[in-house]
Design a protein around this ligand. Structure first.
Ligand code: TMP
Ligand code: ASP
Length: 235
């Protein structure tokens, strides 16, 4: 297996072609951004935590029957994944009101929700990732009705599994974002990453934030927070 040219550089990862046409390699960076790149910084060793954490969680999700892109961890920062075409949606599941949900609906951050919610944003930097509903997604042909049904099923199944995994290490899963991809045969699988960049994780005893909100909100201690999640998950 040979690593070939870089295909794409995102805000937190680079993606490379490989000599196997069905596989890509991702390399996780320490770069952190917020507010669509308006705020920039680095979180030391974040790339290592996110790579290992995402891989571990995807393996556990696969064991629970959820299809994922994970193939093999190559190094601290590098992982082989299945080649997919990313569905250009940020798929957000929430258990507790926080962030944009708390703001939009005037609900105090930390208010538990009666049931998990699902929302979509259209992944489009030029448009600032606007919220989009399922009718708009189908009208714009970003995904079919069948694909959306599959994506929702994956999103809620991921939520149920992650809640258990984090509860076991005294962490509350407040909300998270996933992305899905299409394989050549048209099937939908979980892709991208699951990490403190893409989840809100609160200590279940103190409600301390153990995620990227420490960076977004200038709370400090982001390096330690990522390391604490890694320590609890024994990465
Ligand atoms: P929000 O409350 O800002 O909408 O964020 C909801 C969840 O999605 C939270 O866990 C952070 C995550 N998220 C991303 O992973 N990428 C993003 O670009 C944004 C805005 C949120
Ligand atoms: N996607 C946002 C950005 O790139 C980061 C975030 O808030 O998680 O700036």
């Amino acid at each position: 297996m040979e690593i070939l040219e870089q295909l794409y550089e995102g805000k937190a990862k680079k993606v490379f072609k490989t000599s196997d046409p069905d596989l890509y390699m991702v390399r996780y960076k320490d770069d952190a951004t917020a507010f669509n790149g308006a705020k920039k910084g680095t979180i030391s060793e974040k790339g290592i935590v996110n790579n290992k954490m995402s891989n571990r969680l995807m393996q556990q999700l696969a064991e629970a029957g959820i299809p994922t892109h994970f193939v093999e961890q190559l190094s601290d920062r590098e992982t082989l994944v299945k080649r997919v075409k990313i569905v250009p949606l940020e798929v957000i599941v929430r258990n507790v009101a926080a962030g944009s949900f708390a703001q939009r609906f005037g609900v105090a951050e930390g208010t538990p929700l009666k049931q998990p919610t699902l929302e979509f944003c259209y992944k489009n930097d030029a448009l600032n990732d606007p919220m989009i509903n399922s009718y708009q997604i189908m009208a714009l042909e970003l995904a079919t009705e069948q694909e959306l049904t599959e994506i929702a099923k994956i999103a809620f199944a991921v939520n149920a599994e992650l809640q258990k995994i984090f509860a076991a290490v005294n962490i509350r899963l407040i909300d998270f974002k996933i992305e899905c991809g299409r394989l050549d045969d048209g099937s939908i699988i979980l892709a991208d990453e699951i990490s403190p960049d893409t989840c809100r994780l609160w200590d279940a005893t103190t409600n301390d934030k153990l995620d990227k909100d420490r960076f977004r909100r200038d709370l400090g201690g982001e390096v330690e927070a990522y390391q604490e999640v890694a320590r609890r998950l024994k990465l």
